[in-house]
Design a protein around this ligand. Structure first.
Ligand SMILES: [Zn+2]
Length: 82
């Protein structure tokens, strides 16, 4: 029963929790994005950027059908929401 072992366990537990939090955040975001994309399809707005209103490139939609922003707005959004 050395103190060192306990500390390692705590560190490991914290790391596991941090990884779990990150994963659930990513999954949550993905689910949100899915819902938003479905909502925009329902309103006939699919294919238009939700920020600037310009058409999202066909290539981007083919690669990422759930996209609701054009490349420029998406990268701005990701910078702001990191
Ligand atoms: Zn845009």
């Amino acid at each position: 029963m050395s103190r060192g072992f306990r500390d390692e366990d705590v560190t490991q537990a914290m790391t596991d929790k941090a990884i779990g939090d990150t994963i659930s955040k990513v999954l949550e975001r993905d689910a949100e994005q899915e819902a938003r994309s479905a909502d925009r399809r329902a309103h006939g707005d699919a294919g238009l950027c939700e920020d600037c209103g310009r058409p999202i490139g066909a290539e981007r939609l083919a690669a990422l059908p759930k996209s609701t922003r054009c490349v420029r707005c998406q990268s701005a959004w990701e910078q702001a929401n990191r």
